[in-house]
Ligand binder design. Structure first.
Ligand code: IMP
Ligand code: MG
Length: 182
């Protein structure tokens, strides 16, 4: 941990702030899906901690599955070429689906996944993201639920990685640029 903390320039959201953001989002989702069935699809891997905390606060009749898409590698910008590397197993036809993501950046991943899940016959597809970086959007996609909107920082922790590291930091921090520019 010592090792990782020194790579962080600034803590953006501490554990208490993350707890409050998750609770606010859960309340909105609970109000919108009250009395309905919902299929929650976690976008791996970055959403796993947020989703673990969010999921147990949801009060609708929920099912869960996971999907993984790739467009990154060891880089801080998306290549834009999205590919599914792990598909869902659940039948989503005529279901209300909520895609849960760690961060909505260019929008490539979520515009692709929204279309992909819609084509499987979902009745509705909405997006819940912990963080939203709208300034970098290249695809017309919007979050239905967002924990926080942030400027164009590259952030890690609470599930988010740089080159598969830092996911286990309990907070969200801005990664020092020298880590990814060297
Ligand atoms: P998009 O397809 O460009 O919207 O990128 C979405 C994916 O890029 C997210 O699921 C993250 O895995 C990754 N990503 C974008 N911004 C960041 C960041 O600041 N930190 C860590 N991962 C990020
Ligand atoms: Mg991700």
């Amino acid at each position: 941990m010592q090792n990782m903390n020194k790579d962080i320039q600034e803590i953006l959201f501490d554990e208490e702030q993350l707890r409050q953001m998750t609770q606010t989002v859960a309340r909105q989702i609970n109000a919108d899906y009250s009395g309905q069935s919902l299929v929650v699809i976690g976008v791996l891997k970055g959403s796993f901690l947020f989703l673990a905390d969010l999921f147990r606060q949801l009060t609708a009749d929920c099912r869960i599955d996971f999907i993984a898409a790739s467009s990154y590698g060891a880089s801080t910008t998306s290549s834009g070429n999205v590919r599914i590397i792990k598909d869902i197993h659940m039948d989503v036809s005529n279901k209300h689906v909520l895609l849960v993501e760690d961060i909505l950046d260019t929008g490539s991943t979520l515009s692709y996944l929204t279309e992909y899940i819609s084509q499987k016959g979902a009745q509705t597809v909405r997006i819940c993201t912990l963080l939203d970086k709208p300034s970098r959007r290249t695809k017309p996609v919007q979050a239905d639920y967002a924990g926080a909107v942030i400027p164009d920082y590259f952030v890690v922790g609470y599930g988010l990685d740089y080159d598969e590291r830092y996911r286990n930091l309990p907070y969200i921090g801005i990664l020092k640029p020298e880590i990814y520019t060297k």
